[in-house]
Design a protein around this ligand. Structure first.
Ligand SMILES: C[S@@+](CC[C@H](N)C(=O)[O-])C[C@H]1O[C@@H](n2cnc3c(N)ncnc32)[C@H](O)[C@@H]1O
Length: 226
């Protein structure tokens, strides 16, 4: 836990972790898409789009879908193109402003913390969150997964599950230029940690889609309630 995170006695609240604060800055929000329009980021985005499409094969066309931590709306737009009725939500007003400026037509965009989603139980057929789960402190990760599982039948998230090859790849790529600061963590979990986390969140894995089978340990998980 960083210095900026604290737990209120008797109440599980984690404040001001990096992922929550970083994108509040308007300049960072405005440069988000541009910073990811080069090099490995574009490859990663193409592979993620493919994986997302495969995960959403389980979701009937026109279903209501929630894009949690939608940021500038890249995933939101992909899902709209696939014919879903998408609502985007994010904790950063700056990121939502960029999404509002560039998405046409503008879908419903809601400012909210993923831990406390302002929707009724079962409102959505699916809820997805890209590039969020691994950035959250473990206890927040569990609360976010649980909140998503309450408002949606299926929860579709990207995660990284530790393998030897993945560890080696990370060591080799460590020095590559990243659009994010070095104190911005991305968790790599073991299968056992993942199973425990899902259990705590009241979710089970239905299936998984690897971003790059055999080469990458980045995985998209399709989850449902116990
Ligand atoms: C790396 S960006 C990903 C944006 C988008 N999903 C994408 O793939 O381009 C992470 C996003 O998570 C949002 N975020 C971080 N913590 C959050 C929280 N607790 N609730 C909702 N959104 C959060 C940030 O504001 C930011 O927009």
């Amino acid at each position: 836990m960083t210095k900026r995170e604290s737990r209120t006695a008797g109440q599980s609240e984690t404040r001001d972790y990096v992922a929550k604060m970083y994108y509040q800055d308007q300049q960072i929000a405005e440069s988000y898409d541009y910073a990811r329009s080069r090099d490995l980021s574009t490859v990663r985005w193409a592979l993620d789009r493919r994986a997302l499409r495969r995960c959403f094969e389980d979701v009937p066309a026109s279903s209501p879908v929630l894009d949690i931590a939608c940021g500038t709306g890249r995933v939101t737009l992909e899902l709209i193109k696939q014919g879903f009725k998408v609502v985007g939500t994010d904790i950063s007003a700056a990121m939502l402003l960029v999404a509002r400026q560039q998405l046409r037509p503008v879908p419903p965009l809601v400012l909210a913390d993923a831990e406390r989603l302002p929707f009724r139980e079962g409102t959505f057929r699916a809820a997805t969150a890209r590039s969020l789960i691994g950035n959250l402190p473990p206890e927040v990760r569990t609360r976010v997964l649980r909140a998503a599982g309450l408002v949606a039948d299926l929860v579709i998230v990207d995660h990284t599950i530790r393998t030897r090859l993945g560890d080696l790849r990370r060591r080799v790529l460590r020095r590559r230029r990243s659009p994010r600061p070095s104190n911005y963590p991305w968790a790599v979990v073991s299968e056992a940690e993942l199973a425990a986390q899902l259990d705590e969140a009241g979710l089970v894995e239905r299936r998984r889609v690897y971003r790059l089978p055999g080469l990458s340990d980045a995985v998209w998980l399709v989850l449902e309630r116990h």
